[in-house]
Structures are given as C-alpha cells and as structure tokens.
Design a protein around this ligand. Sequence first.
Ligand SMILES: Nc1nc2c(ncn2[C@@H]2O[C@H](COP(=O)(O)O[C@H]3[C@@H](O)[C@H](n4cnc5c(=O)[nH]c(N)nc54)O[C@@H]3COP(=O)(O)O)[C@@H](O)[C@H]2O)c(=O)[nH]1
Length: 595
Amino acid sequence: MRFDRGTDLLVWSLLVLNGIVISVLSEILRRALHRRDVDRNLLTNVVGGTSDAIYVKDLKGRYLLANGAAASYLGRPQAEVLGRDDLAMLPAETALAIGKLDQEIIASGRTQTQEEYLVNQSGERILFQSTKGPIYDPSGAVVGLFGVSRDITKSKLAEERIQYLAHYDVLTGLPNRVQLDERIQHAIGQAADGGQKLAVLFLDLDHFKDINDSLGHSVGDALLVALARRLRGIMRADDMVARLGGDEFVFLLQGVDVGGLAQTAQRILDVVEEPFSIEQHELTVSGSIGIALYPDDSGDLEGLVKCADAAMYRAKQNGRNRYCFFTAEIEALTVRRMQVVSALRHALEQHQLTIHYQPQFSARDGRIIGAEALLRWHHPLLGQVSPEEFIPAAEDSGLIVTIGEWVLRRAVRQMKAWLDEGMAPFVLAVNLSTVQFRHPNLPAMVATILAEEQLPPQYLELELTESGAMHDPPAAIAVMDQLHEHGVRMAIDDFGIAYSSLSYLKKFKVYKLKIDQSFVRDISADPEDRAIVTAIIAMARGLGLRTIAEGVETQAQLEFLREHGCDEIQGYYYSKPLTAEQFGRFVHEVEPCAA
Ligand SMILES: Nc1nc2c(ncn2[C@@H]2O[C@H](COP(=O)(O)O[C@H]3[C@@H](O)[C@H](n4cnc5c(=O)[nH]c(N)nc54)O[C@@H]3COP(=O)(O)O)[C@@H](O)[C@H]2O)c(=O)[nH]1
C-alpha cells in the first residue's frame, strides 16, 4: 500500500532537502509505522537511499527495521541485524549506553534529538546526532522506538578544530589574541568588582628577525615553540600567557602584588635568556618587557595592551633585555613618536628633508680631506626634528630604507657636482642605518646610484655603527666584501662603545674607525677616556686602519689626538655641519687652512 499524499511530499522533501533529512525521516517513520497497512518494502526502499542510519526497535531493543547505513554501523549484513539487539552486535558498554537512552525516550514518550557515541566492533568511535521517538499502536500504547542517526564525527572534529584555531596559536599552542581578549575582559570585570589590580606584560624578543634571517624560519619557529613551553611552565594557574604573533607574547597576571611585578618580569627575562639548543644551534636570545596596570594605566583591554607595548618599546630604547613600567612620560613620548612617524611618511614628497655636510680634516696639516653627509628635517609644525629622534623612528617604521636611499643619491649627486665644479677631491661619508645595511639589496643599490650619478666609487665612504657591524659579524663581513668589490670604502662609526671582537675587526673590509665622541668629549680631564682613545688609535694602526675623531670642539682635544697619532678630525672646532652652499663657500674660503 502507498503512503498518503502528505507522506509522498515528505519523501520528496527528504530527497531534495538533505539538510532537514533527520526531521523529515522522523516524521515519515512516526506516521507510517503506526499504520497497520504500512508497506515495508516501499519503506525500506525509501530509507535505504540515505546515508543516515534509520531503524526501528521493539520494546526489547530488537531491530524490526534497519537500513543499509544502520547495518553498516552495526557491522552486520542487513538481514542479520533484524531480530537482534545492540548487545548482540556492539561492545557491551556502547550497547548498554544506547539502551539506557532508548529506555529514557520510551519512558518520556517524547521524540528527542541528542548526540550519542557508538564504539563499533573495530573499536572505532563514531559520534551520532540521533533523533529517536516512541512508536504507538492505535490504542496509544508504546510498542517500539524509531531512530534516525547521522554520523557527525567529521563535522564535529572540524567544528572543534575551528574552535581551537579561533582561540589558540597554531605554532605554539598558546592562547591567541582572541582568547587573551576574552580573558582580559573577564579579568577586568572581576578586578573591578573586587577592587583588585591586573597586570599586562608585553614581551618582545630582541633581534628575533635576525635568527629567522640568518638561520631560517624553521629554526625561528622551533625557538618560539620551545620558548612558549618555558613561559607556560612558569605561569601560575590563574595567569595566562598568549602569543600575539611573531615574537610577541602577552602575560595577564591577576590579583597582582605590584611590588612583586618587577621580580616576575625579571624571572621571565631570565627564562628567555637561558640557552636554547635547536637543530645543532646553541642559541641565546633576550627579550624586552613592558608592564601596564589595571586600573592605574588604563581601564580597558586595548588601552592596557597599548600601554604595555609602549613601555616595551621604551625598554628596547633603554638597551633591551630589560623591563619597563608604563609611565606618564612614556605616554607623552609615545604620542610624540606617533606624530613623528606619521609626519615622516610625507617628509620626502613634501621636500622637508635636506642634507648638511660637515667637513673632515687631516690632523696632520688641517686640510679638508672629507665630509660627512648629515640628514636634516624641518617640519612646518614640529619644527626642526633632531636625527637622533627621527632616525630611530624611521628605522622602526621601515621608512629608513626609502629615506636612506634618497640621502645616498642626493649626497652622491652633490659630490659629483662639486667635483664637476672643480672642487679639490675629498671623500664623502654617508651614514648607513643598521636596517639599511641588513637590506639584501644594499650593495646593488649603492652600485646603481654611483653608476647613474656617474660618481667614481673612491669618493664614497659608508659609515656603519660598530654595534650594527658587530650584531651579526659573518653577515656584515659578506656585505662589506660586496661593497668593497664595488670599490666603496667602509668606516666603522661610533667606535669604542660596542666592544668589537678583534678577530672580526680583522675580517671586516673597513678603511677607517671613527672614535665615538663620548670618549673625545672628556679627553682632557678623564684618564680612562684618554686611555681608550690611545688604545683605539694604536689598535687601528696595528690593523692598518685610519682613525677619525668626531665631536672635536677644543684646541686641547685636537692636540691630544694629533699627538697620539689620530689621522682625521671632525667637529665644531673646525666647523658645524653646513648646507651644501655654505660648504662650497667654506671650502673656497678656508682651503688651504693649516691648524
Ligand atoms: N642612518 C643615518 N643616520 C644619520 C643620518 N644623518 C644623521 N644621522 C645620525 O643621526 C645621529 C645624530 O646626527 P646629528 O644630529 O647630525 O649629529 C652629528 C653631528 O652634527 C654631531 N657633531 C659633529 N661634530 C660635533 C661636535 O663637535 N660636537 C657635538 N656635540 N656634536 C657634533 O655628531 C653627529 C655625527 O654623528 P656620526 O654619524 O656618529 O659621526 C648621528 O648618529 C648620525 O649618524 C643619515 O642620513 N642616515
């Protein structure tokens, strides 16, 4: 006998709308099975076409109907399933759990949908979403149970994975930004109610990029994973450490004793500094930490992370491998820095940058033998901004690459113009930021500019700070070798403050050491500075390098340097940095000028 018209419609709905298959099938079974005239063959054909398990059981749990999918989950041919109960076909634990659920449904008299597990005879654990309901006879007595079960194992796993990815960092397994946000929101609520303080610590590794660049990303990743494990190991149960991305980690410490925070921060730094052994590399890294407090520094999540980030930046500026608490002064500096970076983005196109030139003199006869190009920035609102302020901002924002290239081109063009005008030849020194020096395109860029501006390379000298060269000596050697091949000279700037290793110094293709002005300043009064300067000059001689002293302001300084064999002098004693025009006049007026 056929189903009635309503049931036909439901069957079509079943075929068309897979998404609502469970509820449709439940309805078919409910209607069809309590009719005496049900055509079991037709029913079997209909339900046999779906991948959902469809079944009917009597009150003793014996299968009266099971489609192909149900039989396959039970691990038996369809014919063997009929008349058997779950206990005969499934491991006892699973069968009993299913039986318990079935009995609850029969007892309640209601159709219910819920998740249930089945462990089949092969031990495979399958998660179903099952809709089950009682079947009544015409007198209204419950005579059995029908069920439609859908295997949701894969979709559940996918859902769990999505949930995991939304809340955890894939690389380290630490909570991610989303989870941190949720935890901070919650913690702020609790702290506000209990009048407690919270601390947010922002940790950023020092020079982590260099590890990625020099040893590869797999080493960098392994280091982050190992570090995450260490950091998690030192956290109290209530605290949290999350990875924001890259080498940035944020700690949320609840119920803090502000007095003990410095110790906690130092403990984190100590843990970071312990050596890592990764792929045959013994690596030591350090980190910088910024600390912000709730409610003192900010009352909201974004503000706390921003304050901690700003304090971390200050810790880096103060020399790295240290922690720093957020203060009002840092807030003012952060605002100023943002203004500077934002204004600097337009400085080039708005022609606010110029170059000044400071002459360099032979210590022996006072003749001009060189000049240093020094960048100047005048902003219409900020006024004259010191390079000591804007160069670090340009480095951090990456703007230094474009600005540095502009400086080099302008300086080279100016030098070529002076030579073409007939000015007596000298060497023009241009500063290279460490960021520029690490840029893989640097040697090619220098060569291109020299070729395009038609300046022979012997007129150009590039100054790199000692700390920039010593940070990754093997990489520095490679870049210096390439520049040397292009015929460009290198000088080490600010020499004496970064404790150069002599063995590396010997391998650097450098021509000159520039003695840092901090040693020159007190040379007349400070015996230690005198000893250092004397030692630098002697060492440079031994290595066949020239020396130049910067920041020379007095006759006494000049005489000391001259007596001890310093080759070149730069400083206000002779001249401040000059505009290109002033420099041209200066050279014509002063030269030849014996001191
Ligand atoms: N990467 C780049 N760095 C640059 C560039 N232009 C400048 N800088 C660096 O900025 C720092 C500050 O530079 P500046 O304010 O120009 O100061 C230089 C001189 O003006 C100053 N100086 C020179 N003689 C004296 C002196 O007798 N007394 C005194 N108090 N200061 C003096 O010293 C600075 C020279 O610096 P150095 O390069 O170390 O020789 C500075 O670190 C610049 O390097 C740029 O284009 N790119």
